[in-house]
Design a protein around this ligand. Sequence first.
Ligand code: PXP
Length: 237
Amino acid sequence: MSGRRLVVNVDHVATVRQARGGLEPDPVAAATLALLAGADGIVVHLREDRRHIQDRDVRLLRQTVHERFCLEMAATPEMLKIALEVRPYAVTLVPERREELTTEGGLDVRTERGTVGEIVRSLSENRVSTRLFVDPDLEQIKAAHRVGAQAVEIHTGRYANAGPDRDQELARIFDVVRVAAKVGLEVGVGHGLDYRNVAPLAEVDEIVEFSIGHSIVSRAVLLGMERAVQEMKALVG
Ligand code: PXP
């Protein structure tokens, strides 16, 4: 893998913290450890309902992540204001619905080109590069190009959940990746990628960034269990 970036999403470290409303585990500490382990950047999604990542996390991550710090956010005036204050390395615009468990689909750039275009423009003027999270759909790629985005992140959720239709979903992703790269968009992929399904995408030269969260945080919980129990057993035993 040359020049490929793994950007680790630490939202779900914050999900565990919010379950008790305290201070631990701290996604900022997790971000530092991920970077020490070789991650090329950190991404968090500041949601309107603040269900996991908090404003404090975003500000601290901006100060402590010297590599790429990417902010995922909805295309709203509130989030634009925060992004312009924080000035992350990059912003990924995603659709957001309050009741969803996680981001369920890509941004409809065609329908929302006015709002999206304005946000892309404001961020570009402030030297924040913008990527648009879109479904593997050629029309969305064209629309992303038209509104002036620097990059797209192709939504891989359907591929990840595809079952027998996996090859078809993969082919769809390959097609749009090539078109996006051809028109000069930087191409990333993300959502639902794990240790079993990432390999075919890692073969594609045009994909320069992988944004992965849940599977990495899940594995970290399990791999850390032995040591965590041993340390507590030593204290109580
Ligand atoms: N990319 C985007 C735009 C996302 O919204 C998410 C989930 O927050 C991810 C990547 C990471 O997805 P996962 O947690 O399934 O790896």
